[in-house]
Ligand binder design. Structure first.
Ligand SMILES: [Zn+2]
Ligand SMILES: [Zn+2]
Length: 227
């Protein structure tokens, strides 16, 4: 399960910078995203302009940044991370998010966030597993960006049914009032971290909560967006 000491997570090649976790070949070979709408992160004709759907009904966040769509090898690494919580894997995956954000920032001049929040697990699930894998991604990101990270800033009010078993409408109902904001976020530029964004209903529910509480902006950063 573990790469050899200091090796690439995918091809096992020894790395000059073991902390990076992926060799430059495997990094370049990650499946590229097609041109995507900057707002919702779904495939669109022009990556600089919001898609037609976002023009009609914009999502409650300002930007969605993903590393890749949900497919191997990233989907396999995400599954391994979710159940193992290996620190070296967290750092490697968090770095992929950082690189994606830096690339978008270079092209389109995004502002640096001042507060990071992680999509929370219900405490029973976190307790059973012993960690929240999204929290493990947010920690190194906050350190590298030099911005505030509040692990307890968002909590789940109640256990929700496992989302991937539900259709879009049932997901929305399942999530209503599922989250609670525990800190003031007035005028803050927030990044919400998740590992996989599927329908976006969790991200939307939390973004609405943050915007209602006076947040200046919300970006969603994730490893994979299901296209
Ligand atoms: Zn490699
Ligand atoms: Zn869009």
């Amino acid at each position: 399960m573990l790469p050899m000491q200091g090796g690439c997570w995918l091809c096992q090649m020894p790395l000059k910078m073991p902390v990076h976790g992926l060799c430059s070949y495997c990094l370049r070979a990650l499946p590229p995203l097609p041109p995507c709408c900057p707002r919702c992160g779904l495939p669109a004709g022009d990556p600089l302009l919001p898609c037609g759907h976002c023009l009609r009904r914009p999502p409650p966040w300002q930007r969605l940044i993903a590393v890749s769509h949900y497919c191997p090898p990233l989907s396999l690494l995400i599954a391994r991370h979710k159940f193992s919580g290996i620190t070296a894997l967290s750092v490697m995956l968090a770095r992929l998010i950082l690189l994606s954000w830096l690339a978008v920032r270079r092209e389109r001049g995004l502002s640096r966030p001042d507060l990071l929040l992680a999509v929370p697990l219900h405490h029973q699930r976190a307790w059973r597993r012993g960690f929240n894998q999204v929290d493990l991604l947010a920690q190194p990101l906050a350190r590298w960006l030099g911005c505030d990270y509040r692990p307890q800033g968002l909590t789940r009010r109640r256990a929700v049914r496992v989302q991937h078993q539900l259709n879009a409408r049932a997901r929305k109902r399942n999530l209503r009032d599922a989250f609670q904001l525990e800190i003031p976020v007035q005028d803050r530029h927030i990044v919400l971290i998740d590992d996989v964004v599927t329908t976006g209903s969790t991200a939307a529910e939390i973004s609405r909560l943050l915007m209602r509480a006076g947040a200046a902006s919300v970006q969603i950063w994730c490893l994979c967006r299901t296209l």
